[in-house]
Ligand binder design. Structure first.
Ligand code: ADP
Ligand code: MG
Length: 237
């Protein structure tokens, strides 16, 4: 125990919540299947970053998480890698079902970056990823979603449009990520985010990442997360 708290201190990590899993020190500690390990190596990721050390075991254990860390700390892999594992554990999607994993991000650039990161790890498993954001033809988007996918990476407004068009359903969605929650709120997406969350079954796993935790985001987290573990890295939060 002493060892673990010393280790966390060395990473400038603060963790709260009950039954917190031990942080990992290496990707090998996660028990990832070999295709994921290969993809991690191919990315040139040698060691997990601070947030990944604590967030990966939390998320892999199925717990909700609030991850607070500044840009560039490696938050994307800490939700994308466990998402692939989560999807592999679920029954296959039937026609007209999907997605299983839903990721909301504030801007199309961010959504696109997450899309690319998810594709790298999803490929080996035949897991399909769709990006859903403004600036693309709604009809093309509709068709792609209708064809089915396990993962949707979206900006809130366009995802709402697609839900209204019944391009996808949330009946199988069990893994929800709100990335850069503070920026989504800054951009005025709180109503859309709340609407999306309201359409996803309450027994989902929910992950909220943010660089800062303004009161409004704190309130949302209290409302939509179940017994979350809070992981704060560095001086933020
Ligand atoms: P954040 O979402 O916290 O801003 P990102 O997930 O975008 O951070 O990661 C920032 C950069 O660090 C990206 O270029 C990513 O590929 C890289 N990265 C992530 N995890 C690792 C790792 N374990 N080792 C080396 N580089 C990593
Ligand atoms: Mg990010």
């Amino acid at each position: 125990e002493q060892d673990v708290s010393e280790y966390r201190k060395s990473l400038a990590i603060r963790v709260s919540g009950f039954d917190v899993p031990k942080p990992i020190k290496a990707f090998e500690d996660c028990g990832f299947p070999s295709q994921i390990m290969n993809a991690i190596k191919k990315q040139g990721y040698e060691k997990p970053t601070s947030i990944q050390c604590q967030a990966l075991p939390v998320v892999l254990s199925g717990r909700d998480i609030i991850g607070i860390a500044k840009t560039g700390s490696g938050k994307t892999a800490s939700f994308v890698l466990p998402m692939i594992v989560h999807i592999m554990d679920q029954p296959e999607l039937q026609k007209e079902e999907g997605p299983i994993g839903v990721i909301c991000a504030p801007t199309r650039e961010l959504a696109h970056q997450i899309y690319l990161e998810a594709k790298k790890f999803a490929k080996a498993y035949g897991v399909r990823v769709s990006a859903v954001y403004g600036g693309m033809s709604k009809l093309e988007q509709f068709k792609e979603l209708k064809a089915g996918c396990e993962i949707v990476v979206a900006t809130p407004g366009r995802l709402i449009d697609m839900l209204k068009m019944k391009a996808l359903t949330m009946t199988r969605a069990t893994y929800l990520v709100l990335d850069e929650a503070d920026r989504m709120f800054d951009l005025g997406f709180e109503p859309q985010v709340r609407s999306i969350v309201g359409q996803i079954r309450p027994d989902r796993q929910t992950l909220l990442f943010s660089a800062t935790m303004p009161r409004k985001v704190e309130k949302l987290a209290r409302e939509i997360l179940t017994d979350p573990i809070r992981v704060t890295v560095g001086e933020v939060g």
